[in-house]
Design a protein around this ligand. Structure first.
Ligand code: NDP
Ligand code: MG
Length: 398
């Protein structure tokens, strides 16, 4: 029997390895090779980038959602380690998520494409570190059920939810009065409302505090990101809509605050780098020195909190309305937002049309309580179709 140099290493599969969360995860993995081992990686199509990661971390299981990209990777075996196993499509990603040697799967695929692999990981009893908030908004109930059924841990990677998770350790959920997520305010926090009609994708992609992928950066500018996160918090921590709040906090140092029924508030603080929540989720329940420098209280540090003007950020108001409506409304909100953000990034619609498309899509689809996952997926497809039609209508009237 061979004895590993690192017998207690957790073996990690990383879906979305080439993205912003993926790259931060690689920094955590590189710093903790004694505790974490990367065994599988996947992306959509950037196979050359995956090849570099595979060689650096000694990974022999590689997935590409895009079949053509997967064929291109397989045609260049010299770029990978000998004996590399390539998989493609959603089934390939699900196969990676169930690798017998994996202990934990980190899903950081943009949008909802990671839903099936996430469910596959849970079905195989793997712990799930979840960055892709859209999955919880679409099908949170089914994710939670699968985790419970298979005795797998669900570890939030989104910084606010990771913060709430940390604050709740050792406390009964029944003693929680309210959870408050902080919002940086995004690219247009300090812009006068009248300038928002003319913002370009390049403007929206300039985030003041965080460096992230394009979709979530636009979501931060509309505050849809905070809307999605309120829904995510409601789902993850079993809260009522009125127990979920958001506050503007320009420094992005306090990530969430949990208020208990005795009035005490616990908060989690760290600099705005995703390496902190990623490392927490991967090593949980262990802790280890972080990759980035911690806060330094020998230097001046001001923390500021302001209420959010929901009239200025209709995506936040709409998120709250979907939480109150329940049923399929959050899933419709998510799907319409994804389509509208893609259209905005492609130059097809103005920034202020994003909430209009979402509101109109919500108005056109009758709400219901999806009974199973198939019903959710059908609804998701329908909401995307309706949102795309709304965008076409908008283009033809302007
Ligand atoms: P990026 O756009 O930077 O990266 C997306 C990643 O997903 C890339 O690796 C991309 O591969 C891959 N991908 C896209 N589509 C598919 C698919 N169908 N199958 C497999 N892989 C796919 O996104 P982020 O890293 O910013 O965000 C990822 C998720 O994490 C999002 O859900 C976001 O909301 C969430 N999140 C992100 C935060 C951040 O700081 N960035 C913070 C909190 C949550 P390829 O490179 O080949 O296109
Ligand atoms: Mg977040």
């Amino acid at each position: 029997m061979s004895v590993s140099a690192f017998p207690l290493r957790k073996r990690v599969v990383l879906l979305g390895a080439t993205g912003s969360i993926g790259q931060n995860t690689l920094r955590v993995l590189a710093a903790h090779r004694d505790q974490l081992e990367l065994v599988g990686i996947a992306a959509h199509s950037q196979w050359e980038k995956l090849a570099v990661i595979a060689r650096e971390f000694g990974v022999r299981h590689v997935g590409l959602f895009n079949d053509t990209a997967c064929a291109a990777a397989a045609a260049h075996p010299e770029a990978f380690l000998p004996g590399t196993h390539f998989v493609s499509g959603v089934a390939g990603l699900a196969e990676l998520a169930q690798l017998p040697e994996a202990d934990i799967v980190l899903v950081a695929v943009v949008g909802t494409a990671g839903l099936e692999p996430a469910l596959a990981a849970l079905a195989a009893g793997k712990d799930l570190a979840l960055a892709s908030k859209e999955i919880l908004v679409l099908a949170g109930k089914f994710i939670l059920e699968a985790a419970h059924l298979h005795g797998a841990k669900l570890l939030p990677v989104d910084s606010e939810h990771n913060a709430v998770f940390q604050c709740l350790q050792g406390h009964s959920h029944s003693t929680v009065r309210r959870v408050t997520l902080t919002a940086s305010g995004g690219a247009f926090r300090d812009w006068p409302a009248e300038r928002l009609a003319h913002v370009t994708p390049a403007d929206a992609l300039k985030h003041p505090n965080w460096s992230m992928g394009p979709k979530i950066t636009v979501d931060s500018a509309t505050l849809a990101n905070k809307g999605l996160e309120l829904i995510e918090a409601q789902c993850l921590f079993g809260l009522r809509p009125e127990q979920c709040a958001a506050v503007l906090h320009p420094q992005s140092i306090v990530h969430a605050l949990v208020e208990f029924n005795d009035g005490a508030i616990l908060a989690q603080l760290c600099p705005p780098s995703m390496t902190f929540p990623i490392q927490h989720a991967l090593l949980h329940p262990a802790r280890a020195p972080g990759v980035d420098a911690p806060l330094d209280f020998t230097k001046l540090l001001s923390l500021e909190f302001r209420p959010i003007d929901e009239a200025r950020f209709p995506m936040l108001r709409l998120a709250r309305e979907t939480m109150n409506a329940g049923g399929a409304a959050p899933a419709i909100y998510n799907a319409a937002n994804e389509i509208a953000v893609a259209a905005f990034l492609a130059g097809g619609i103005p920034f202020l049309a994003i909430p209009r498309v979402v509101e109109q899509t919500l108005a056109r689809i009758a709400n219901f309580e999806p009974s199973d996952l198939d019903a959710v997926l059908t609804l998701d497809t329908e909401a995307r179709r309706v949102a795309a039609r709304e965008i076409e209508n908008l283009k033809s009237t302007t």
